[in-house]
Design a protein around this ligand. Sequence first.
Ligand code: GTP
Ligand code: MG
Length: 197
Amino acid sequence: MEITSAEFVVSNSRADMCPATHLPEYAFIGRSNVGKSSLINMLTKQPKLAMTSATPGKTLLINHFLVNKEWYLVDLPGYGYAQRGKKMMDKIEKLIQHYVLEREQMTCLFVLVDSRLAPQKIDMEFIEWLGENGVPFAIIFTKADKQSAGKTRANVDIYLSELSKQWEELPPYFISSAEKKTGRKEILDYIEQINHS
Ligand code: GTP
Ligand code: MG
């Protein structure tokens, strides 16, 4: 699929105030700094569409980007950034929870994890929670440019074997680099496939 247009629509601090349309939404979630906003910019080929930062905790609201006038990419705040303070963390976790569980238009949640790291407890718990709640999701292993392809593959395999302890069927997964544009076609083709199913 080619992206012919991508535009910022709205930022929200409440899931129930998101756009009142019935277009499908593909949302990006994961720990702060994992590369959610950068991936949205890479997919849309618009480096400044979503705000990114080397400092964790940049995205604090739910951001809707309309693509090809047909569907939305949704940038969510990261979870698990303790330096924000407990109050802020609780607020953001409620916002994420509300969006993920209540938003009927949410068609697939892409859970981003850093391809360089061993499975992190917070991500495994989040994925387990998605399973318990029947939320459709896929995993994206980010920042693959930061190590060799072999090392990425080895880490991904460790991750998948950890997941297979919990799941009979593994979720779809992708390997990405916002820097090198890796995974762009695969992720967009997957979205297109769901849009047409
Ligand atoms: P929050 O909004 O704070 O939750 O973070 P985020 O997940 O949106 O991360 P963001 O896209 O802002 O990226 C965080 C940092 O990682 C930035 O300095 C990016 O340039 C860098 N980054 C993101 N993706 C990649 C990647 O694929 N490769 C490399 N080398 N750096 C990346
Ligand atoms: Mg962000």
